[in-house]
Design a protein. Structure first.
Ligand SMILES: *Cc1c(COP(=O)(O)O)cnc(C)c1O
Length: 546
C-alpha cells in the first residue's frame, strides 16, 4: 500500500515540499486545529481491542525496504495508533498527572519542531539559550525570591547556573543528587574528587562506608533509580514508614544519626512537595533543620506540587521550600506544558559547577553552553513552551487553575464522605485524593473487628476496588487509577485504593458525581459485594457477642 519511489528526487521532496492542501496529512492537521477535544473524543480508549491485538500491528522487526507516501503513512497512523491511544484530554480521565493541555501548544509546538534547535550549545540554539536561562531564573525566583542584583549577576553568567532544564522529574532528581554527591565528595589536596576518581576512591579518601538518602516511603521511584545510577545502591535509599502520611522529622533525624554512627554518611534528605500517590507535603521547614543537623543536602521533590507556589492562597503549603538546596519541578505536570519538561533548581548558583563538564568541540570553557552542566546532551527547545505558558497564563492564571484544582479535590472529598458506599482514605492537601468503595456494613464491621478480621475484610475490599477500577477503565467512559497505601486506620496493613488527580480544568462536579455513580453500580453488580456484606455481618455478630 502507498509505496513511493526510491529516488533522491522523491526524498528531497519529503524534506522540502508541504503536501497538497487536501492530502490526508493536511486533513489531520486541519482536524487537530479545528478541535483537539473532538478529535480525541472520537477515540476514547477502545475496550474492544486488547493490547495483544494491537501488538499484532506492531510486530514486524524488519525495517521497511521501500519508502511510503506520507499521506498513506498518515492514514495508517490514524488507524493503528491514534484510534488506540488514550484520551488524556477527557474531563473524566482523572487517574493520572497527565491531562489536557491548553490549545495554544499545538501551533506553538510547530515552531519548536520547525526550528529544531539544540540547547546543548549556543551554536545550535542562540536565543533559545538565554530564554532557557530566564525560565530557570523565573522558577528560581518563584522558590527563593532573591533580589534583583542577584538575578542580574547570575541569570546569564557563564560560570553559574540557577538550575538545569531536562526531560522530566526523574532526570531532575538524578541531577540534584548528582550535584549533591559531587559537592560532598569534591576535590581536596591529594584527591581529585569523585567526578574524576570515582566512588570507590572517594569512599576511601573520605572514610565513608556508604552514602545514603533519606525520604519517606511515599518517595517517587525515581529516587530509587537515582541512588542506583549514582552508584550509591538502592539499599542506601532509606525510605521511612510514614503512618501519618508525611515524613516525620524526628524519625528522619534518628535514622540519620543511626546511619552515620554506623560509619556511613547521609548524602541528602528528600522532602516531597506533593507525593505522587496522595499529594501530601512533607514538613519541609522542619526537614531542612534536620538536614542541617545531619550536615547533609536538602532536596525537595516538588515535581507535581511545585506549581502550588504560583498561588498566593496555597503556597504556604510548601513552607520551608526556600530552605532547600535544590528543588525539582515538572513543567509537564501542573504547569500544563507538553511532556518532556522538567527542572532542577539550585539555591546556590555555584552548585552546578560540581558537575560541569568541558569538551573541545563544544562546551568550551567560558562558553554559556547549557550542556556543560546538564546530564542530558542534545535537548530540544522545550523551555520555550514553559516560557510561553508562563506568559500566556501568567502567575494569576496559574493561581486560578491551581486553586480551582485544590477546591475541586476538596469538594470531591466531601462527595465521597457523604456517600455511604465510599470511604475516603486520604484527604486532599493538594489536588490529589484516595478513597475506596466499601459497603456500609463493612465500614461498620471494620470499626469493631479484631485485627485478624480487619485483615480479612480489607483483603476482600481490595479485590472489590481492583475489580471496579478495571471494569471502569474497560468501559472506557472514565478513568481513575489505583494504588496501595498504608493508612492510619488500617494499622500497617496496605490497602488498595482509588487514586484521583484533579488536573483538568474542564472536569466538572457533575463529571465527578457520574464517576462515583458508575463505580457504585459496577461494585454492586459484583459477586464480591454480596460476599463482603455476608462476611461483615458475621464479623459484626461475633464482635458483638464477645
Ligand atoms: C512525576 C514525579 C516524578 C517523576 O517525574 P517524571 O517527569 O515522570 O520523570 C518525580 N517525583 C514526583 C513527586 C513526581 O510526582
Amino acid at each position: 500500500m502507498g509505496e513511493a519511489q526510491v529516488s533522491l528526487k522523491h526524498l528531497f521532496r519529503v524534506f522540502t515540499k508541504p503536501e497538497h492542501k487536501d492530502s490526508k496529512l493536511a486533513q489531520i492537521e486541519q482536524h487537530l486545529s479545528d478541535n483537539i477535544m473532538d478529535f480525541l473524543s472520537q477515540h476514547v480508549v477502545t475496550k474492544k481491542t486488547s493490547l495483544e491485538e494491537i501488538e499484532q500491528d506492531f510486530s514486524l522487526p524488519a525495517v521497511p525496504e521501500s519508502p511510503e507516501f506520507v499521506s498513506s503513512h498518515a492514514e495508517s497512523l490514524l488507524e493503528k495508533l491514534v484510534a488506540h491511544s488514550v484520551n488524556t484530554y477527557s474531563p473524566t480521565f482523572i487517574g493520572h498527572m497527565t491531562s489536557a493541555l491548553p490549545y495554544f501548544h499545538l501551533p506553538l509546538s510547530k515552531l519548536l519542531v520547525g526550528l529544531n534547535q539544540n540547547l546543548v550549545k549556543i551554536e545550535t540554539s542562540k536565543a533559545f539559550t538565554p530564554l532557557e536561562r530566564q525560565v530557570l531564573g523565573m522558577m528560581h525566583n518563584l522558590i527563593y525570591d532573591r533580589d534583583e542584583p542577584f538575578y542580574e549577576e547570575y541569570l546569564h553568567s557563564a560560570r553559574h547556573a540557577l538550575g538545569a532544564f531536562c526531560s522530566g522529574g526523574t532526570i531532575a532528581n538524578i541531577t540534584a543528587l548528582w550535584v549533591a554527591r559531587n559537592k560532598l565528595l569534591g576535590p581536596q589536596p591529594g584527591f581529585s574528587g569523585v567526578a574524576r576518581a570515582g566512588l570507590a576512591a572517594a569512599y576511601r579518601h573520605y572514610d565513608i562506608g556508604n552514602l545514603g538518602v533519606i525520604c519517606s516511603k511515599r518517595g517517587h521511584y525515581s529516587l530509587s533509580k537515582a541512588v542506583d545510577a549514582l552508584g550509591l545502591g538502592r539499599e542506601q535509599l532509606l525510605s521511612l514508614p510514614c503512618p501519618a502520611q508525611t515524613l516525620n522529622p524526628e524519625d528522619a533525624l534518628r535514622e540519620g544519626r543511626r546511619y552515620q554512627e554506623a560509619g556511613n554518611k547521609v548524602l541528602a534528605i528528600v522532602g516531597i512537595g506533593g507525593t505522587t500517590e496522595t499529594g501530601h507535603v512533607d514538613p519541609l521547614d522542619e526537614l531542612a533543620d534536620v538536614a542541617k543537623e545531619l550536615g547533609c543536602w536538602f532536596h525537595v521533590d516538588a515535581a507535581w506540587g511545585g506549581a502550588t507556589l504560583f498561588s498566593s492562597n496555597n503556597r504556604s503549603k510548601l513552607n520551608g521550600i526556600a530552605k532547600a538546596d535544590s528543588v525539582t519541578i515538572d513543567a509537564h505536570k501542573q504547569m500544563y506544558v507538553p511532556m518532556g519538561a522538567g527542572m532542577a533548581i539550585f539555591k546556590d548558583p555555584e552548585d552546578a559547577n560540581a558537575v560541569r563538564h568541558h569538551a573541545q568541540y563544544i562546551l568550551r570553557e567560558g562558553s554559556k553552553d547549557l550542556g556543560a552542566t546538564t546530564l542530558e546532551g542534545s535537548r530540544n527547545g522545550m523551555a520555550m513552551m514553559v516560557y510561553s505558558t508562563l506568559h500566556i497564563l501568567g502567575r494569576r492564571g496559574y493561581e486560578l487553575i491551581i486553586d480551582q484544582n485544590i477546591e475541586k479535590a476538596q469538594s470531591f472529598a466531601s462527595m465521597i464522605d457523604a456517600h455511604e458506599d465510599f470511604a475516603l482514605t486520604t484527604t486532599p492537601t493538594l489536588s490529589l485524593l484516595t478513597y475506596r468503595v466499601c459497603p456500609p456494613q463493612v465500614q461498620k464491621a471494620l470499626s469493631v473487628a479484631g485485627d485478624a478480621d480487619k485483615v480479612r475484610l480489607n483483603q476482600k475490599v481490595d479485590r472489590l476496588v481492583v475489580g471496579v477500577q478495571k471494569a471502569q477503565r474497560e468501559a472506557g467512559k472514565s478513568f481513575v487509577s489505583r494504588t496501595r497505601l498504608e493508612c492510619p486506620n488500617t494499622n500497617s496493613q496496605a490497602i488498595t485504593v482509588f487514586r484521583v488527580v484533579l488536573a483538568n480544568p474542564l472536569t466538572t462536579k457533575t463529571d465527578l458525581q457520574n464517576i462515583l455513580a458508575e463505580q457504585v453500580e459496577l461494585a454492586k453488580g459484583m459477586r464480591i459485594w454480596k460476599e463482603l456484606i455476608k462476611l461483615a455481618d458475621q464479623v459484626s455478630h461475633t464482635s458483638a457477642s464477645v
